[in-house]
Design a binder for this molecule. Structure first.
Ligand code: SF4
Length: 295
């Protein structure tokens, strides 16, 4: 019988290798990429093309946001709740697996590669709480892990060294793959600080608040969030993200940035305007003697 599996596919080299190893074993592989407010499927699309496989993309923004607000297993160095996030992704993949008749799920995880989410304990938590024990295959480290539906595996890659992965990339003739840098903005320390502050002030934040936190330079004054665009692209982005209650400021007779001031509690509007004017002037080089600002 020919097995059919879903591979959680970020587009990084490890997930590309997982696809290749499984294909080498005669398994039908469908790479599955999740996208959310915090990461995109851009790299996965490129890498799937490199491998010549058809990628399936699923949006998990809403579920991901829930996990981010209340993780059970803590966070990494920034705001990233990686164990909960992995568990949620595995569960989501598990639902598709059961509904569509796949035999198992595979991932490119490597034992010991990431201190928080890829140690033996974290993998056990995921296997146990996903309800998919034995149906999660990690081909790169399979020899070091308990047997799965495929039995024991051939590869015993572990730790942070990329040596074995690079050898395998050569073996499978994978030429184009990304460097190991993560594509999830939750691991960014500054973004993490801002989202934490947002959560403290306004726990029911949603998509627009998440997006605006990466649409410019971010400042906080009490309950006020100030976003200062750094370039033309961000000026346009702020146009699309502004809300009715925001104060939106643009320079009228001088070159300078677009600014949004958003309140999360009850700061008076006059205070928001003063604040916005202060930042627009601070980040404009030649505001002149009589700067006019459109509000
Ligand atoms: S880095 Fe981001 S996407 Fe990856 S597991 Fe952690 S929270 Fe989830």
């Amino acid at each position: 019988m020919k097995y059919k599996c879903l591979v959680l596919f970020s587009g990084g080299l490890d997930s590309m290798l997982a696809v290749k190893i499984l294909q080498e074993n005669g398994i039908d592989v469908v790479p599955l990429c999740f996208e959310s407010f915090f990461f995109s499927s851009k790299q996965a699309k490129k890498s799937a093309q490199e491998l010549g496989v058809k990628l399936r993309v699923e949006d998990i923004s809403i579920e991901h946001l829930k996990v981010i607000k209340k993780p059970k297993y803590g966070r990494g160095k920034s705001f990233n709740p990686c164990i909960d996030c992995h568990l949620m992704m595995i569960k989501e993949a598990g639902k598709i697996m059961k509904k569509e008749g796949f035999d198992f799920i595979a991932t490119g995880e490597v034992l010991g590669q990431r201190p928080m989410s890829q140690n033996a304990n974290a993998l056990k938590i995921i296997d146990k709480w996903s309800g998919l024990d034995g149906l999660i295959v990690r081909p790169l480290s399979a020899k070091l892990l308990p047997p799965t539906i495929l039995g024991s595996g051939k590869y015993s890659i572990s730790g942070k060294s990329r040596e074995m992965q690079l050898k395998l990339a050569k073996k499978f003739k994978i030429k184009n793959y990304p460097s190991p840098a993560g594509g999830c903005i939750l691991t960014d320390i500054n973004y993490g600080k801002n989202i934490k502050r947002l959560m403290d002030i306004y726990p029911s934040f949603g998509e627009n608040d998440i997006l605006i936190l990466r649409a410019g330079r971010i400042f906080w004054e009490k309950d006020l969030l100030i976003v200062v665009a750094r370039n033309e692209k961000e000026c346009k982005e702020l146009q699309t993200l502004k809300k009715k209650q925001d104060v939106f400021l643009e320079p009228d007779n001088f070159p300078g940035p677009t600014v949004i001031v958003r309140r999360y509690k009850k700061s008076p509007r006059e205070e928001m305007i003063d604040c916005g004017v202060k930042y627009i002037l601070r980040y404009s080089k030649n505001a002149g003697e009589n700067p006019r600002i459109k509000i």
